[in-house]
Design a protein around this ligand. Structure first.
Ligand SMILES: Nc1nc2c(ncn2[C@@H]2O[C@H](COP(=O)(O)OP(=O)(O)OP(=O)(O)O)[C@@H](O)[C@H]2O)c(=O)[nH]1
Ligand SMILES: [Mg+2]
Length: 567
């Protein structure tokens, strides 16, 4: 143990990087992040590298978990974007029926109303980290209301559908088809010009799609029956729908689901159409159609902390040592090909955080994302490219993982920041979607009333096909013009960041660590330029944590640090 190794910046006795130190880091710390990795322990000798010094008899028992066979990993399915079509349920039809009893030959009408269709609800919940389940479903339909029955029996409501999404999901409406809005527009058009250019009457009260006759009636009865004018109806609960077009930023867990689209109202039974001149109506109304919405879901927040580093830096090993995740570890570049998310429990699962975050929010856990390694020119889509830079963009705190045994860590840190800076520059110069001055294209405020606001900066465009508005604040049916603009994210350089100097167990890493520490304190004091190149880059408390992730040493300081930065 005479090799010079990195100073782990721990109490003085820890400066001697020996087995006694290994034990001391394993004793309960103030934060005591429950490193769940211990639950899984493989004792297979093949999992331990024989050439590694850590494979000696007194090694920690979970070493094989941190230094596993490359084939020993679990698949983590991850999707941060999806496009889903949702259909609210249509209402059930009303019923045409008459009371029939002994000695009552021609009883009064007693057809029940149809049940209303099922609605579509959304709820952001904690514990989910990916949209893949939603993406797999593609088209989601709530069920239709049942038809009404005789003896005034109403139809059963359709079943609602609840979409559960991770906290940090943004929902954007791409297209909408609302049969009720369409019917209202049609009636209005018919009022203004009753016939179209071919002379065909636009509004005809004989509507097979609106009415139904007694099952025993002839289809020709449609021509003889005088149907009343029926206004399209919505369920009362439709007032709870968000203003169209929908734009939701679900950045907090929700106690209750939120309605996205109410089901169609059920049709009316024949008793509703009794008049003085028509005591036994032969018709009932059909249920209203359900709304169809095309929605884009996008995860804005991937995890609380994102691990940023070059390939093979040791990110996955660090994630394993902090959490229960089973990411793939291998001594080659691009072992990790998609983000993996692990959860660090900081309260011993008792629901009482031992440490409060800086802003006094009580957190019992936080999430860490292992993002595939960044290579030089990743912003030009090299390596695994832009897709993963986008993932880094979505982490709340950046943890730069630097391999102390591989070159100058300061230079590595600067290169990583350079890639992030270039990506940010590309992102901010991305052209706006081609909406602009086209007629029929309006700007809309995603958080506002859904009506055009000409004073707002033009950043979103939705093409309205019909120039009419129902007047209830609901948008008409429309199709968006092209793809939605990218989500607005806070600049990367304003995010809190820190450095994890890993592989500190290897030789000649102490000098590297000291150089890194000096550089970071200079950044903090402002005597050297912020590595992002921005004068307003975040540098409140930049520190480097030396760790040997493969031995699980020094990692327990990371949760404590993260809790200080967490919002
Ligand atoms: N000696 C030592 N080796 C380590 C340490 N951490 C990781 N390694 C080794 O470094 C190699 C790469 O580790 P990974 O965790 O797969 O690295 P990565 O950054 O996830 O790599 P990519 O997924 O390719 O981006 C593996 O052989 C690990 O065993 C450490 O603290 N000390
Ligand atoms: Mg990896």
């Amino acid at each position: 143990m005479a090799h010079p190794r990195a100073c782990l910046n721990l109490p003085m006795r820890s400066l001697l990087f020996n087995r006694a130190w290994i034990c001391s880091t394993r004793s309960p710390s103030t934060i005591s992040a429950t490193i769940l990795s211990r639950r899984w322990q493989s004792t297979t000798p093949s999992n331990v590298r024989p050439d590694d010094e850590t494979s000696s008899p007194d090694q920690p028992s979970d070493l094989s978990y941190l230094n596993p066979d490359p084939e020993d990993y679990s698949r983590f399915i991850f999707q941060d974007k999806c496009h889903v079509t949702v259909h609210a349920g249509a209402g059930g039809n009303g019923c045409v029926s008459y009371l029939r009893e002994k000695f009552i030959e021609e009883g009064p009408p007693n057809g029940g109303d149809g049940g209303s269709g099922g609605g579509i609800y959304i709820q952001a919940v904690e514990g989910l980290t990916s949209l893949h389940k939603l993406a797999r479903r593609g088209i989601i339909k709530a069920s239709r209301g049942r038809n009404g029955q005789g003896k005034s029996k109403g139809g059963k409501r359709g079943d609602d559908v609840l979409l559960q999404v991770p906290v940090g999901t943004v929902v954007r409406e791409v297209e909408r088809y609302d049969p009720v809005a369409e019917e209202i527009a049609r009636m209005r058009r018919a009022k203004v010009e009753p016939v179209d250019e071919d002379g065909i009457e636009l509004f005809t009260p004989v509507r097979h799609d609106r009415w139904m006759l007694h099952p025993g009636a002839n289809p020709s009865d449609f021509l003889t029956v005088k149907f009343p004018r029926l206004k399209p109806r919505r369920q009362a609960i439709a007032a709870m729908e968000p203003k169209a077009p929908i734009y939701l930023d679900l950045d907090q867990p929700m106690d209750k689901p939120m309605l996205l689209a109410a089901g169609g109202a059920g049709g009316l039974g024949n008793p509703h159409f009794v008049t003085r001149s028509m005591g036994r109506p032969k018709f009932a109304s059909r249920g209203e159609g359900g709304m169809k919405l095309e929605l884009d879901f996008e995860l804005k927040l991937l995890a609380d902390v994102g691990l940023v580093g070059k390939p093979n830096a040791g990110k996955s090993t660090l994630l394993r040592s902090l959490t229960n995740s089973r990411t793939r570890i291998g001594n080659w570049e691009f072992t990790t090909l998609s983000p993996h998310i692990g959860t660090v429990i900081v309260d011993h699962n008792r629901g009482r955080p031992l440490v409060e975050s800086q802003r006094k929010t009580r957190r019992s856990h936080f999430t860490i994302a292992d993002i595939p390694g960044l290579v030089e020119d990743a912003h030009l889509d090299r390596g695994l490219g832009l897709g993963f830079l986008r993932h880094i963009d979505r982490a709340g705190i950046l943890a730069f993982v630097l391999d102390l045994s591989n070159g100058d860590p300061v230079e590595e840190l600067q290169k990583l920041w350079h890639e992030l800076g270039e990506y940010e520059r590309l992102r901010s110069t991305e052209p706006e979607p081609a909406a602009k001055e086209k007629p029929g294209v309006i700007d809309w405020d995603p958080s506002g009333s859904g009506l055009p606001d000409l004073d707002r900066p033009r950043n979103r465009a939705i093409e309205i096909e019909t120039p009419d508005n129902e007047g209830s604040g609901q948008a008409l049916n429309y199709r968006s013009s092209g793809s939605l603009p990218p989500l607005a994210m806070p600049p990367l350089h304003t995010k809190p960041w820190f450095v994890v100097a890993t592989k500190a167990d290897l030789e000649n890493t102490q000098e590297q660590y000291q150089a890194l520490q000096e550089y970071l304190s200079a950044v903090e004091k402002g005597t050297v330029e912020h590595p992002s190149g921005h004068a307003d880059g975040w540098k409140e408390k930049v520190s480097a944590v030396p760790v040997s992730a493969i031995n699980g040493q020094g990692v327990s300081r990371i949760p404590k640090l993260v809790m200080q930065y967490l919002a």
